[in-house]
Design a protein around this ligand. Structure first.
Ligand code: ATP
Ligand code: MG
Length: 299
């Protein structure tokens, strides 16, 4: 399937991971012309084809070697891995890196009126979920028996509809749970999106392209997390001021025209600056503080 010489990447067609996955590829310099009706999109400037599918299909496509790379939530990846292990199907792939989007947790939740002490309160009860394997693994570790109610969607309405006593579902803010009269009692799995690669041996050219993409992804993510900081500081407080800038041990320090007591500081900080830090900087006499985003970073 993927012997064409072009790198095949599977991404979610439409859903919570699509926009960020596309954005990441674009910021790595991969250009696409997406036709909403088409399953496959060809890159105009790199030997890359995008396969736009439902997220549930992505781990299997990678594990079967139909595509080379996939952007997927760890929750779906691990659920599929557990499922395939039972069916004796290929269940391995390489996780190239975790990504900084798609954060969510798989949690147990019960109706507000349910008196819950621990997961053992669910002993013998029915739990609705789209993640039967992750749920089973957790409950087995705790030694709790329960009954399954497998639902692909609308899991959060199951208790009210009388289909289940509790649920095991993805949560990010908890607003959906609250709207359905449920509360979160236990986090059983924490997930973010990740990039996976098939175990199939790649041609040197394809592997070089994968390495290049990965290195660009690392640069883009590092740049996203970092800030360029400019400020004026009293020379006497320079060390204290620099120590407040996370990961900026070696800033550039420049003299200011007509002011021998103050200097200009330029630094790349490995994190954003919080308001509290900005206020501390001001208290130490820093002025003209600018915190700017960085688009790309290398070396
Ligand atoms: P598809 O039609 O592709 O099967 P879907 O409905 O299964 O889509 P989405 O709701 O788009 O999936 O979620 C995709 C992934 O986004 C989840 O598997 C999870 O990794 C991540 N995600 C992040 N936040 C949330 C959230 N609040 N609820 C659900 N998924 C979330
Ligand atoms: Mg899905």
């Amino acid at each position: 399937m993927s012997e064409s010489g072009r790198l095949r990447i599977a991404i979610q067609k439409s859903g919570r991971l699509s926009k960020e996955s596309m954005k990441l590829l674009k910021s790595c310099g991969v250009k696409f012309n997406i036709n909403e009706q088409r399953l496959i999109a060809h890159s105009d400037n790199m030997p890359i084809d995008l396969l736009r599918v439902r997220d549930d299909d992505i781990p299997g496509l990678v594990m079967d070697g139909v595509v080379d790379l996939g952007f997927i939530g760890e929750n779906v990846l691990e659920e599929e891995q557990l499922e395939r292990q039972q069916l004796d199907k290929p269940a391995t792939c390489q996780k190239l890196r975790q990504l900084d989007f798609g954060a969510c947790r798989l949690s147990l939740a019960v109706p507000t009126e349910f008196s819950y002490d621990s997961a053992a309160s669910l002993e013998g009860l029915r739990i609705a979920t789209s993640y039967p394997n992750l749920l089973r693994r957790y409950m087995q570790e705790k030694g709790i028996s329960y009954r399954d109610c497998m639902l692909k969607g609308s899991v959060e309405v199951a208790p009210r509809a009388g289909l289940a006593d509790g649920i095991c579902d993805l949560v990010s803010t908890g607003a959906t749970l609250e709207a359905n009269g449920l509360y979160e009692t236990e986090v059983i799995y924490r997930s973010t999106a990740c990039l996976i690669q098939s175990e199939q041996e790649q041609t040197p050219a394809k592997q070089a392209l994968i390495d290049k993409l990965l290195s660009r992804i690392n640069s883009v993510t590092q740049a996203r997390e970092s800030k360029y900081i400019l400020l004026h500081a009293p020379a006497d407080n320079l060390d204290k001021i620099v120590s407040l800038l996370p990961g900026a041990e070696n800033p550039t320090v420049l003299p200011l025209k007509n002011d021998a007591d103050r200097v200009a500081v330029h630094a790349v900080s490995s994190e954003d600056l919080f308001w509290d830090t900005m206020e501390e900087l001001t208290e130490l006499g820093a002025t003209s503080i600018l915190v700017m985003p960085i688009e790309k970073m290398m070396g």
